[in-house]
Each structure stands twice: as C-alpha cells, then as structure tokens.
Write a protein that binds this ligand. Structure first.
Ligand SMILES: Cc1cc2nc3c(=O)[nH]c(=O)nc-3n(C[C@H](O)[C@H](O)[C@H](O)COP(=O)(O)OP(=O)(O)OC[C@H]3O[C@@H](n4cnc5c(N)ncnc54)[C@H](O)[C@@H]3O)c2cc1C
Length: 440
C-alpha cells in the first residue's frame, strides 16, 4: 500500500531530480541568492510562469527596478514539470464560464488566453528561446463512442468564442493516432507544445536582459509592511519595495494566509519513455499533442528524440516516481498495447493550484500586494495573460485585471477541502469508468 501523503511541496516529496525536463534543461549561470539589503519598485515572489510573465511584462513596459525571488530554481514548480501543452481556455469549462459571466465577459476572458497562446509563440521568436516548440496543434480524442459532447463543444467554441476546432472522424483520427481506444476527435490548430522548463529558463533570461534581478534559492520567509513599504525577507537578505506580487502556485508561499488558503495544491503525474525510434510511428503519425475526453484524461506528446511524454491522473496525493511510473504505464498500455515492453526513463509529479471556482485568482489590494495563482491544469496561456494584466496594472495603472474580480480568494478550507476534492474526483472518475463499461 502506498502511504498517504497530502500534496504539499515538502522537500521529502520533491522528485525534481528525476524529471526529463531537468535532465535536458538548457544550461545557464545560476542566479545568486539574495544577500544583504536592497530596494526595488516591485518584488515578484515565485519563479514559475506567473512570476516570470509578470516580471518580464513589467520590464517590457520599461520598469527597470524589479526583483524576482525563487525559493528553489527557475521552473522548480508546475511550470518546469508540466505537459507542455499551450492551448486556450481555463480549468473552468467554456459553458460554465458563459453561464457565470454572460456572452461578452466570458468571451473577453477566453480571448485573453488565445492572446496568451499568440504571445508565447511570439516571445519564443523574439527572445530566440530554444524550447523544442512544435506548432502543430492539439488533438482532443474521444474516449467514448458518443460524438455529441464533441459536436456540442465544437459548436459552442465557434459560435460563442470564435474559436474553430476541426472535426476528426474516427478514420482520420486513427490515421494519426494508431489506437483503437478512441473514436472521433477535435483538432485545435491554434495550439502548440514545448519543453516548459526551457521555456521558463528562456523567459528568465529575457527578463534579466531587460534588467530584472533574479535570485534563486531565495525563499521568502516573511512579508510585512514597514514605513509605508513592503519588507520582503529571505534567509540571507531583504528587499524594500512599493509593490509585491505573490505568484507561488501550488507550492504555497506561506506568507499571506488568505492567499494561501484560497488554493488547493493538486498533484498530477508525468513519465517519459525511452527513445522509441521506429516504434513511435507505430503509435503516432502526428506531431500534435493529444489528450482525451475523460475527466481525468491521459495527455501525451512525442518528443524530438522519439520518446513519448505521457501524463495523467489528478489526485490529492503526491506520489514517488516508481508509483507514478506503475500507474501511468498501465494507462499507456490501455491506449498503446504495442508498447508493452517499453522502458520508462523518467517519472515525476507536480502540483497544480486550484481555486474552488476553478478560475485563476488575479488581483490586488490598495496596499500594493498583488497575487496570481490557481491556474489549474491550463497554466501556460493563462499565466501569460495574468502576467500581462498585472504588469499593465502596476506599470500603467490599467485596471483590466478587474475582469477577474468575480473569481476571488474564497477559502478552500484546507485540509478538509482536500477530502471534498478527492471525493469529487472519484465521482467523476467513476462516471467515466461506468460510461466506458456501458459502451463496451
Ligand atoms: C504535471 C503537470 C502537468 C501540467 N500540464 C499542463 C499543460 O500541459 N498545459 C498547461 O497549460 N498547464 C499544465 N499544467 C499547469 C501549469 O503547469 C501551471 O498552471 C502553471 O505552471 C502554474 O504556474 P505558477 O507560476 O502559478 O506556479 P509554479 O510553476 O508552481 O511556480 C510557483 C513557484 O513559486 C515558488 N515559491 C513558492 N513559495 C515561495 C516563496 N515563499 N519564496 C520564493 N518562491 C516561492 C516555487 O518554488 C515555484 O517555483 C500542468 C501542471 C502539472 C503539475
């Protein structure tokens, strides 16, 4: 039996060393830890995509006096461990977004993530970020026989959001994905996939080139007001700043109770096979990334050296690499039994941050404290959107961030909230299992 371990980022649960991304990270001169006392206009806490996009957005707007503090290394959290899918949307579904905000506001928020996808593409070009970007779209493959949910989503996206996903009939889907597991699918052309850790490292380099001062191994231990400014303290240094942005995702900053309590860190898992060589085309004849239509879907994509990166599952439990590998290998064989003897070279887990409302929490207070968190499993494009909103707010006084005002810092009631989340995951997984059995 696996021991129960809640999904928090204690050093014991850190399996970072086993990540394929870390093993293939572009080398860079490490950023020195913060030492001594300094001043800044803005301190950004957290070196994931939310923090990096905010810092870069500020620097691109001409703000020179920005310090970014990261507890471990750039991309240590979800940003350096994820599936690498860059696509539009939020964890909250498009229909729910419409129901909650109405046509115009829902479309405005959705458009921010489409813009995020475009900005990511552009930044890769502008800053020459070597991150194995494959701009060949994402396939949403139907696990079930019933095509109606796909038709309905395709129509909703086109009519209400102006996003056009192509229909893939079963035969065409199977030309691309050589598995009898799926039926038909949708193809989101305006999407890409990339090596997320190298993208994060590239963003950090772009930010420093614009004058941002980055410090790794500089966990913020204390945050308080002093003399009308913020005092941000690490083990070996401190920064006095007018504004502070907390962007710590599921790796909990532990600095402001209300902000920390507003999210649940939820684990998801990834593994990478050995290079498959000629066996890869036995599985995939596409360079698109793929995920399926279940609640806890598999997500996977081919890597440049013919490995397959495979992810899946969501849980309140952080698991050790061997357990991740066991679980995901079983999942892989359900889709590609032809990979029966494949060796798994890497396995790891990561923590996403979820709010109860399943939308990002992007906001600020009059005293100069800002936050950007709860990006869930759709964090590439939405952290890019958040970085732009906060940078425009801080540098230019733009109040477009208030578009997210409906999605506030409601408490998740941890640790009880973990149990409620796990119960709802099990319910959704059971429904998927039941539907699969019925169809079989
Ligand atoms: C396995 C996995 C697969 C995923 N797949 C995808 C995908 O394919 N596509 C997609 O769009 N999204 C995906 N996501 C979600 C996406 O990765 C996240 O939503 C996004 O990276 C969140 O970025 P962030 O900056 O908010 O948090 P993080 O990347 O977690 O960064 C937070 C950082 O804050 C630091 N920190 C915490 N406390 C402190 C402190 N006190 N002082 C200093 N630093 C601190 C942490 O060390 C960490 O580096 C996935 C997530 C996971 C875990």
């Amino acid at each position: 039996m696996l021991a129960y371990r809640p999904a928090t980022a204690s050093p014991m649960s850190d399996r970072h060393a086993t990540s394929y991304y870390r093993a293939t990270a572009n080398p860079y001169a490490p950023y020195a830890p913060l030492q001594g006392s300094t001043d800044a206009r803005v301190v950004v806490v957290g070196g994931g995509f939310a923090g990096l996009n905010t810092a870069l957005g500020l620097a691109e707007r001409g703000l020179r006096d920005v310090v970014l503090l990261e507890r471990e290394q750039i991309g240590h959290g979800a940003s350096g461990r994820n599936g690498g899918f860059v696509f539009a949307g939020y964890s909250l579904g498009e229909q729910a977004l419409l129901d909650q905000l109405g046509q115009d506001r829902a479309r405005e928020l959705f458009q921010r993530t489409i813009d995020g996808v475009h900005r990511i593409r552009q930044r890769i070009i502008d800053y020459a970020i070597a991150c194995d970007a494959v701009d060949e779209g994402v396939i949403w493959a139907n696990w079930f026989r019933d095509p109606r949910p796909l038709r309905a989503r395709q129509q909703l996206l086109a009519e209400r959001y102006g996003a056009h996903w192509d229909w893939l009939p079963e035969a065409r889907l199977r030309e691309r994905i050589h598995s009898t597991r799926y039926h038909d699918g949708l193809f989101e052309r305006d999407a890409l996939h990339l090596h997320p850790l190298n993208y994060a490292i590239g963003l950090a380099q772009a930010a420093t080139a614009h004058g941002v001062r980055i410090h790794e191994h500089s966990g913020v231990r204390r945050l308080r007001r002093e003399g009308g400014r913020w005092l941000v303290q690490t083990a070996a240094g401190e920064v006095r700043a007018e504004q502070v942005v907390l962007a710590c995702g599921g790796y909990l900053a532990g600095l402001e109770r209300q902000i920390d309590q507003a999210i649940l860190p939820i684990a998801t898992y990834v593994m990478v096979t050995e290079p498959l060589g000629a066996r890869l085309p036995e599985c995939l004849s596409t360079r698109a990334a793929v995920y399926d239509t279940r609640f806890a879907f598999d997500y996977y994509r081919p890597l440049p050296d013919t490995r397959l990166l495979w992810g899946g599952r969501i849980s309140i439990r952080d698991r050790a690499p061997r357990a991740v590998q066991r679980l995901l290998h079983r999942d892989l064989l359900r889709v590609f039994p032809q990979l029966k003897d494949v060796r798994i070279d890497y396995a790891w887990s990561g923590l996403m941050s979820y709010a109860r409302h399943q939308m990002p929490q992007i906001g600020g207070r009059d005293d100069g404290l800002w936050w950007a968190q709860a990006f869930g499993g759709h964090g590439l494009s939405s952290t890019c959107a958040a970085g732009e909103l906060l940078a425009a707010a801080i540098a230019q006084g733009d109040d477009a961030w208030r578009q997210f005002a409906d999605y506030g810092l409601a408490s998740t009631y941890r640790p009880l909230g973990f149990l409620a989340a796990q119960a709802s995951y099990w319910r959704a997984e059971f429904q998927d299992w039941f539907k699969t059995r019925l169809e079989a």
